[in-house]
Design a protein around this ligand. Structure first.
Ligand SMILES: [Zn+2]
Length: 178
């Protein structure tokens, strides 16, 4: 990770990468952000797709266990991500005499804080999803009751709506917004 190497360098050299990052803003941060946002957007892919046995019941114990594992691993990745940012921000919280550098740092921090906030919300959602697995109330659409489906749940393990109801909800949301 480039940022870790940068923090070990003397303070005088620390300024340069921060400034460069500010000028390119979103582009310069892409590598680090891409990793955290992959976890933060619900596109968690760190698992083997589930292959149901022939005639296996939907949301069998094995399937529930499969999704519990995905959710737990996803959660621990997110929590690591949060820890890493807090450490990073402590390391970087230097006093920059130059107001431009200071502004850059503040901008960077507020962006990171927003990402952390999103991740914390997601962790809460993961927790409540695990609770539903515990109560054997997982994998069915909250709106119409149909099976959400293994594939869709693997793509979005916290989904509570089937794809049709989700699409409808999104259309309604758009109409309400404008
Ligand atoms: Zn539905």
């Amino acid at each position: 990770m480039p940022t870790k190497a940068a923090t070990k360098k003397p303070a005088a050299k620390k300024k340069a990468p921060a400034k460069a990052a500010a000028k390119k803003s979103t582009r310069a941060k892409a590598p680090a952000k891409a990793r955290s946002s992959a976890a933060a957007t619900g596109e968690f892919k760190n698992f083997e797709p589930y292959k149901p046995k022939r005639g296996e019941e939907y949301m069998s114990d094995a399937q529930l266990e499969h999704f519990r594992k995905i959710l737990l691993r996803w959660k621990s990745e997110l929590m690591e991500e949060v820890d890493r940012t807090v450490t990073h921000m402590k390391d970087e919280a230097a006093n920059f005499p130059d107001p431009a550098d200071r502004a850059t740092q503040e901008e960077e921090f507020s962006l990171e804080l927003r990402t952390r906030d999103r991740e914390r919300k997601l962790i809460k959602k993961i927790d409540s999803t695990i609770e539903r697995i515990d109560q054997d109330d997982y994998g069915f659409c909250d709106a119409c009751g149909v099976e959400i489906g293994i594939k869709r749940l693997e793509a979005r393990p916290t989904a509570t709506l089937c794809i049709d109801c989700k699409t409808l909800a999104e259309i309604k949301e758009k109409q309400e917004l404008g």
